[in-house]
Design a protein around this ligand. Structure first.
Ligand SMILES: [Zn+2]
Length: 298
């Protein structure tokens, strides 16, 4: 992910400051722009199904895709929505918070955040400082609303809200620090991630390959991709776990999630929608692999 200028490039749409991740392709030329925004994204995605930028951001509302030309100049590919660390207006922030709460309730309804487990957060910036809105400790995830969220700073200090941060808040902070593009972090305890992380306990990572749904992970364009999900031993020493998580994120820069053995999954994304897509894709993979193992590994 590269931060670029926020000028409107002379095309008159709302300035934004971020671009999608570079998928390493070369030779692309400017594709288009305009008020139609997402139509451009659809056009790019249709024309080149390997264009990770376009596919990942399909359906967005506002922003731009640019690519760096060999000369070092940026070429605009299309306009639509800001990605990466977001500077959100009040309306967008409220929408993102609503999506986070809806995602937490949806996870609860699927049995992915039972017995007050799991935690969910978004990172927001007003252009000068950053804050994180996160579910508090002990909250029933089936009833989460925006009013329940704690607002904390980068050190984990509560700025607004009632309740106390969960011990796992520190892991959210580690993730936001190590993944500057992350705008949302989701953590769930599911049956399948508990089983698969237990089955592979002791290994450094869980490797999964050969499934079409891997393409739901940002930057993945083929089922031949080997997704390596770092696996950490569970502990109640969250300071030590934070250190292990920092190491794992450095060792696996392309990871889309991290497993804690017999505990759960952490995943993230540039927006709540991206993080939720990663969550669904990874949990789908864990369940497929788990069911496959149960059936004798066919
Ligand atoms: Zn947990």
């Amino acid at each position: 992910l590269e931060k670029v200028f926020s000028a409107d490039c002379g095309f008159g749409f709302t300035p934004v400051g971020f671009i999608g991740s570079d998928d390493g392709e070369t030779g692309k030329t400017k594709v288009g722009h305009g008020a139609g925004g997402s139509a451009d994204i659809e056009r790019i995605a249709r024309r080149d199904e390997n264009d990770a930028d376009a596919i990942a951001l399909r359906g967005g509302k506002q922003g731009m895709i640019v690519e760096r030309a060999p000369t070092g100049w940026y070429t605009q590919k299309a306009s639509w929505r800001p990605v990466g660390r977001m500077t959100l207006g009040r309306e967008s922030l409220e929408l993102e918070v609503e999506k986070l709460c809806a995602t937490a309730r949806w996870c609860y309804s699927r049995g992915w955040a039972a017995a007050t487990s799991g935690n969910f957060s978004v990172r927001v910036s007003d252009g000068r400082s950053e804050r994180i809105l996160i579910t508090p400790s002990g909250l029933d995830k089936g009833i989460v609303t925006a009013a329940h969220l704690l607002e904390i700073d980068g050190e984990g200090q509560v700025l607004k809200g009632n309740g106390k941060p969960s011990a796992e808040t520190e892991l959210h902070l580690v993730l936001y620090g190590a993944r500057p593009e992350a705008g949302a972090v989701l953590h769930v305890h599911t049956v399948w991630n508990t089983l698969i992380s237990g089955r592979h306990a002791g290994k450094e990572c869980v490797e999964i390959e050969g499934y079409e749904i891997e393409k739901g992970l940002l930057g993945v364009t083929t089922h031949e991709h080997v997704e390596r999900v770092p696996l950490l031993e569970n502990t109640q020493d969250y300071g030590a776990l934070a250190e292990k998580l920092t190491e794992a994120l450095e060792t696996y820069p392309d990871a889309h999630g991290v497993l804690l053995s017999r505990h759960g999954l952490y995943t993230w994304g540039q927006s709540v929608a991206d993080a939720r897509r990663h969550l669904e894709a990874l949990e789908f993979l864990f369940e497929v692999e788990g069911r496959r193992a149960c059936a004798g590994g066919y």
